[in-house]
Design a protein around this ligand. Structure first.
Ligand code: 8YV
Length: 315
């Protein structure tokens, strides 16, 4: 159907494409730079885009779309979008928070369990056919009942903490300000002191310039040789070279990582480590949640074109 012109940047599922093309005159491009090559006549008419992915969308892209009023982001994190420039140009930005909290928090816990209980090694042990010869898997480590620290107690951080509380863990957290939490949870103003006091460090920060390298070498070292670090936020939130060094030297026991710098071409040093569980940025990657994210993105587009308030505005 030909309604408003809509550029969809990134790779969408069939259910999203069908839904978008039933409402709009849809123009799909694989990334932000490809949008620059669309005909000038079309670009001049486009008032909204559906944005997906992690490659930067900045000033030159906004300049090439002179009528742009909305960037509807598919994802809670909007670090790929230059928000300051968008705001300066009166371009609204929306995202897809909350609908993915459960999945991302589930994956954080799964990474901890996979790391502590050596699930990947256990699976290989069985599949290799060597179980009868090799016998029992070498003993792993107890996961429940220890001390967990959450860096960033936002919506996802809170879901992680609630899950860990059910694993009988003592909950510590670090954020800009203390939050309304159960009285037994411990607030830390300083991430280094928190890392010193916990066994597991979960990173649930918002990505972007403000949090780049926030989990510093000092924080990682403070976690200590029995510590595990789990990151489901953005690779950028950690000093990645310091993390690699700590994993290589055994300064910490291990890590569970769903996010990296330069995805999907991650630092090959990660591939040599046997104390890390690696995942391909799949935190929100369930059918249910991805459908909900697409719907929320489209609901924001519809609200914009109807002249209504955005449902989940960013700026
Ligand atoms: C991605 C995510 O958006 O929501 C986020 O911030 O990182 C993910 O859900 C997903 O990879 C789709 O691009």
């Amino acid at each position: 159907m030909a309604g408003h012109q809509l550029i969809a940047i990134g790779s969408y599922f069939e259910w999203d494409r069908e839904a978008m093309s039933s409402e709009y005159a849809l123009h799909e491009v694989p990334n932000a730079d490809a949008a620059l090559d669309l005909p000038a006549e079309l670009r001049a008419q486009v008032r909204a885009i559906a944005f997906k992915g992690h490659t930067p969308f900045g000033e030159k892209h906004m300049e090439s779309l002179p009528a742009l009023g909305l960037i509807a982001n598919y994802g809670v994190g909007f670090d790929a979008i230059d928000i300051a420039t968008a705001s300066m140009r009166n371009i609204k930005v929306s995202n897809t928070p909350d609908v993915l909290n459960d999945d991302v928090a589930d994956l954080a816990v799964a990474l901890l369990l996979a790391q502590s209980r050596k699930l990947i090694e256990g699976s290989t042990w069985v599949r290799s056919g060597e179980w009868p010869n090799k016998g029992e898997l070498p003993l792993n480590r107890k996961a429940s009942g220890r001390r967990a620290g959450i860096v960033g107690l936002g919506r996802i951080g809170r879901e992680i903490a609630d899950r860990l509380a059910a694993f009988k863990m003592a909950i510590h957290y670090h954020s800009r300000k203390p939050k309304d939490t159960p009285p037994s949870w411990t607030y830390h103003a300083d991430p280094v002191s928190m890392a010193r006091d916990v066994d597991y460090l979960f990173i649930a920060l918002v990505g972007g310039k403000e949090t780049a390298g926030y989990v510093s070498k000092e924080v990682i070292e403070a976690l200590g040789p029995d510590g595990l670090l789990i990151n489901i936020s953005r690779g950028s939130t950690i000093d990645e070279p310091a993390l690699l060094e700590a994993l290589e030297n055994g300064t910490i026991r291990g890590a569970g990582l769903d996010v990296f710098n330069n995805e999907p071409n991650i630092d090959p040093r990660f591939l040599k480590l046997d104390n890390v569980v690696l995942q391909p940025h799949q935190g929100s990657g369930t059918i249910e949640t991805r459908k909900a994210m697409g719907k929320l993105q489209r609901d924001n587009l519809a609200a914009f074109f109807a002249g209504d308030e955005l449902i989940t505005p960013v700026n």
